[in-house]
Design a protein around this ligand. Structure first.
Ligand code: ACO
Length: 379
């Protein structure tokens, strides 16, 4: 078949490659559901632990089921001391590089690493959900010249994460905002990192390999890296009255405004709406409304883009929340990964359940029938 006869789906845009029962996204109307439950209900009424259970097991837990699930999560928070040694040896690297390396190395200490059965993969997914926050915060302490703070066995997932930052138990409102952030990041269909994790699982590789793949893919600025860049942008904008010119200048130079646009959402990203409320609240609580005001001014300046389906995405508000919580900018993408482990795990489980090697085609447009010239005769 010649290249002209081939329909190329660059970026696999609008291509369905399988079916899922986990996450529903309606990009036109800005709807997101996990297992049929609307993200707004889950963000406002549930917890990250309950949402993780919902994603992994396909139903909301009973009280006893949630208690048992919470217990397994809390019991899995520690990481082996040899992982801490690895983190120490690479402490100067970007936190995403450290996380990727540490998750990959964890497989050497996980007795079920190569067991791809449903039950073992589920147990590993639960362990990784708990271990990933410990890795992120252990690295943050070590690079700051401190000893890692032992994870709590009492606090919720979100409260424990903030606790490991500086040893202070966060207020209920702060923990609940972090919890909401983890909920909205927990899964998102066939985004680039989940797709990559599925490609990995499609070869029958194990969960640690698939999650290491997901972390690698998440690190790019077009995907998870946007929150970090949004924070840089907000600092560059400096004050609300500069927002219009800032956006205009980016437009002139053909650059993108970070935290805007989405491959699937052409209406408002419902996760962004949830986090917008969070930034507003936190700015007021911290007595520093300037960050929220800059975000609102950038959104106003971006209004003309809405006609083209470009709206604020989840990363637009996440960065300022983390900043106001005192979290260093380069931990923004790892935080995304902390929330995404249950999502990657269930996508790998779905892939295993009805597995097929994911192997699309490339249409070759290079030369043919080239004559092989010995190296001494080449010019
Ligand atoms: N600012 C300005 N223009 C934009 C933006 C933006 N943020 N996003 C898309 N556009 C424009 C493009 O320039 C392009 O214009 P053109 O048709 O005139 O060339 C058009 O919209 C389509 O852009 P594509 O890159 O083809 O759209 P795609 O769906 O592939 O892009 C992406 C999605 C990569 C997220 C893009 O919107 C982007 O780069 N956004 C900024 C980075 C970002 O915020 N990423 C986080 C995404 S959310 C997440 O991963 C959790």
């Amino acid at each position: 078949m010649s290249d002209e006869d081939i329909k190329i789906h660059r970026g696999l845009n609008n291509v369905y490659f399988d079916r899922t029962k986990t996450t529903y996204i309606n990009g036109k109307e800005g709807v997101l559901e996990y297992r049929g439950y609307n993200i707004h209900d889950l963000s406002e009424k549930s917890s990250f632990e309950e949402v993780s259970y919902l994603l992994l097991y396909g139903k909301l837990p009973t009280k006893n089921e949630l208690d048992a699930f919470n217990k397994s999560l809390k019991e899995s928070r520690e990481i082996p001391s040899k992982i801490i040694d690895i983190i120490r040896s690479i402490k100067e690297s970007h936190p995403m590089d450290v996380l990727r390396t540490a998750v990959s190395a964890l497989s050497a200490f996980d007795e079920e690493a190569s067991d791809k059965s449903y039950d073992a993969t589920m147990r590993k997914g639960i362990r990784l959900t708990s271990q990933v926050p410990t890795i992120v915060m252990a690295h943050n302490a070590i690079r700051g010249g401190k000893d890692p703070i032992e994870p709590s066995k009492e606090l919720s997932h979100a409260a424990n994460f903030i606790y490991m930052l500086d040893g202070e138990i966060p207020s209920d409102s702060t923990a609940s905002l972090m919890d909401k952030d983890f909920i909205v990041h927990a899964d998102h269909g066939s985004n680039a990192s989940a797709f990559a994790a599925r490609v990995c699982a499609g070869t029958q590789a194990d969960l640690h390999s698939a999650i290491t793949t997901g972390i690698s893919v998440l690190s790019g600025p077009s995907h998870g890296g946007a929150a970090e860049n949004v924070m840089k942008m907000v600092k560059e904008v400096g004050s609300p009255e500069n927002a219009k010119d800032y956006v205009k200048n980016l437009q002139k130079s053909g650059e993108r405004v970070m935290g805007f646009g989405h491959r699937v959402y052409k209406a408002e990203d419902p996760r962004a709406a949830q986090l917008q409320e969070g930034v507003k609240f936190l700015s007021q609580e911290k007595g520093d409304p300037s960050w929220y005001e800059i975000l609102v001014a950038v959104m106003d300046a971006m209004k003309p883009y809405q006609r083209r389906g470009i709206h604020a995405n989840v990363d637009f508000f996440a960065g300022v929340i983390y900043h106001l919580l005192g979290i260093p900018t380069d931990l923004f993408v790892p935080i995304f990964a902390v929330g995404r482990i249950p999502g990657w795990t269930i996508q790998v489980l779905e892939q295993y359940k009805n597995n097929i090697l994911l192997r699309p085609l490339l249409s070759y447009t290079g030369e043919h029938q080239q004559e092989y010239i010995p190296i001494e005769n080449r010019k």
